[in-house]
Design a binder for this molecule. Structure first.
Ligand code: FPP
Length: 256
């Protein structure tokens, strides 16, 4: 049933919005190739989509947005592409920080950004510090992020705590593991959007996506607009989320 409608044209129920949207922004290279342009042109166009989606999530009052900007595997790309992506990150944070801050957005980075160049680290630190007390959208940028590396780090931290006696082996539960991930304290994504049609998770948030609704579109990331975001949310709102249980209807059905 539609209760409160956020955008009359889009029929989004503002009472059942995803609390956390995660996005694998794929297809920048293909978008550029279709136009006989270098891949970097696709990445720059992708930055435009990212700006629009952050703005739309903020306007919709989505609590958390996590985007996969650079994976631990992306270092295997040609050096000029890696350097360009780092420059784009610096440019994005530099140009957008004031507006993000004015809109009460809290910028956060998940992943080991200590290995990025100093310019990137300085810009990240500035964004984190400037927005640290903001109460609006939590905007997680996954940088040098890999879910397996994240889990390895969490395991090491938990082992250290057990060795130091701060926690006991038997007290370790799913909540303990979740709390040691980069996303500790943040609800798991309700909705994962992947553009450019690939049907894989690419080492993104493997723990956190256990019960996430997946929405894949053939649309290439630079073509992705707020209308696509609305379509994903509308689709999500039609899903029957059971988390391994039965629906109310099934529970009452003796013949099952
Ligand atoms: C995947 O497309 C995209 C990336 C690896 C980078 C994502 C970066 C942006 C959207 C730029 C803006 C982001 C920030 C934070 C400044 P691909 O290159 O793998 O595309 P393909 O599969 O078509 O080759």
């Amino acid at each position: 049933m539609l209760r409160r409608i956020t955008n009359i044209n889009e029929l989004i129920d503002s009472d059942s919005l995803p609390r956390h949207i995660a996005i694998i922004m794929d297809g920048n290279g293909r978008w550029a190739r279709k136009r006989l342009m270098p891949r970097t042109v696709g990445h720059r166009a992708g930055m435009g989509s990212l700006k629009e989606v952050v703005k739309a999530c903020d306007e919709l009052k989505i609590p958390v947005l996590t985007v996969y900007a650079f994976s631990t595997e992306n270092w295997k790309r040609p050096d000029n592409e890696v350097q360009f992506l780092m420059k784009l990150l610096v440019e994005f944070l530099h140009k957008e920080l004031d507006e993000l801050n004015e809109n009460d957005v809290r910028v956060n980075v998940i992943g080991d950004y200590s290995v990025l160049n100093h310019e990137c680290q300085d810009e990240i630190q500035r964004a984190l510090l400037t927005t640290r007390n903001n109460q609006g959208l939590l905007f997680n940028i996954a940088l040098n992020y890999g879910a397996r590396a994240e889990m390895v780090e969490a395991i090491k931290k938990i082992v250290d705590k057990v060795i130091s006696g701060e926690i006991s082996r038997d007290s370790i539960c799913e909540a303990t593991v979740a709390s040691f991930l980069y996303t500790g304290g943040v609800p798991d994504p309700d909705l994962l959007i992947r553009t450019a049609g690939e049907l894989r998770l690419s080492n993104f948030l493997l723990w956190q996506l256990a019960y996430t609704e997946l929405w894949v579109t053939d649309c290439l990331w630079p073509d992705f607009t707020r209308e696509n975001l609305f379509a994903a949310i509308r689709d999500y709102q039609q899903r029957d989320r059971r988390f391994g249980a039965l629906t109310a209807l099934e529970k009452g059905d003796e013949s099952v």
